[in-house]
Design a protein around this ligand. Structure first.
Ligand SMILES: Nc1ncnc2c1ncn2[C@@H]1O[C@H](COP(=O)(O)OP(=O)(O)OP(=O)(O)O)[C@@H](O)[C@H]1O
Ligand SMILES: [Mg+2]
Length: 259
């Protein structure tokens, strides 16, 4: 569904991502991890078409309209109710006002917010706003879901339940997912494959882990399996190694040594 080949991304003259190959098959859930600043969000922006690669290729087997996005900050419009926020995308897709509202309520109910349709974003908690944002995305029936640390700002319990729900929607709707996360356990628990993007001088793929845990997965049970612990530990070690490696970007004096 998504095929990235020899991708290079730069800000001005400074290359940030170099020579990244990454494929995501239909129905696959792939998580992208890596040290802060290594280029994960930049890579995701390239897939969304928000930023042009300086070299390489991105092939997408879905229409732009079939791609859903979920970011750390939700993009709810403060002057619209939860229902009208969800309905907006449906209106843009050509639904009548009545249809859009009805479908919006269906999706709000499916994320457990059936009673909150008339609330404005400021009247909702962070976790509830995130659920509205999820309803907004699911309502458009995406085939590919791109997520950049979608639950990073939430507390552990809310995060757990949202991840659990997300997992069942993804498994139920047969979605293809590429998610950036800092949470290694979450990455192992939900993914079919975890890809580690390395630190500098330019980000490239440092490791890949296939997660052969059966589906559908129970987010709590899956963590009790021996394979889960082994893989999570390997990821931790690999990521720690990357974090300890200073980037040339962060340590300009190294540039002289390496040239
Ligand atoms: N608009 C920009 N202009 C110049 N440099 C940028 C810009 N946005 C990001 N960068 C740089 O590009 C590198 C990669 O940034 P990016 O946001 O992709 O990292 P990330 O892996 O998503 O990090 P984090 O885990 O902290 O979100 C960083 O060194 C960052 O400073
Ligand atoms: Mg980022």
């Amino acid at each position: 569904m998504l095929d990235i080949r020899a991708l290079q991304m730069s800000y001005g003259a400074e290359p940030v991502v170099e020579n990244v190959d990454l494929g995501v098959a239909a129905g696959e859930f792939v998580s992208l991890i890596g040290p802060s600043g290594c280029g994960k969000s930049t890579l995701l922006r390239a897939v969304m078409g928000l930023q042009k690669p300086t070299a390489g290729n991105i092939r997408l087997d879905v229409e732009k309209a079939e791609i859903g996005f979920l970011f750390q900050d939700d993009a709810l419009l403060p002057w619209r109710t939860a229902r009208d926020n969800v309905a907006l995308g449906l209106r843009i897709r050509g639904r009548s006002k009545g249809e859009a509202r009805q479908e919006a309520m269906h999706w709000l109910e499916s994320v457990g917010l059936g009673q909150f349709g008339d609330r404005y974003p400021r009247e909702l908690s962070g976790g509830q706003r995130k659920r509205v944002a999820i309803a907004q995305v699911l309502a458009l029936r995406p085939k590919l879901l791109l997520m950049d640390e979608p639950f990073a700002s939430l507390d552990a319990i809310v995060r757990h339940y949202l991840t659990e729900d997300l997992l069942s929607w993804v498994e139920g709707e047969d979605l293809t997912v590429l998610m950036v996360t800092h949470d290694l356990e979450e990455a192992v628990a939900v993914s079919d494959r975890v890809v580690l993007l390395g630190n500098g001088p330019r980000a490239h793929v440092k490791g890949r882990w296939e997660i052969d845990l059966a589906r559908p997965r129970d987010l709590l049970r899956v963590k009790e399996q021996p394979e889960f612990a082994t893989t999570a530990r390997q990821l931790w070690d690999a990521l720690s190694e990357e974090v300890r490696t200073p980037t040339i970007r962060q340590r300009p004096e190294l540039e002289v040594v390496n040239q």
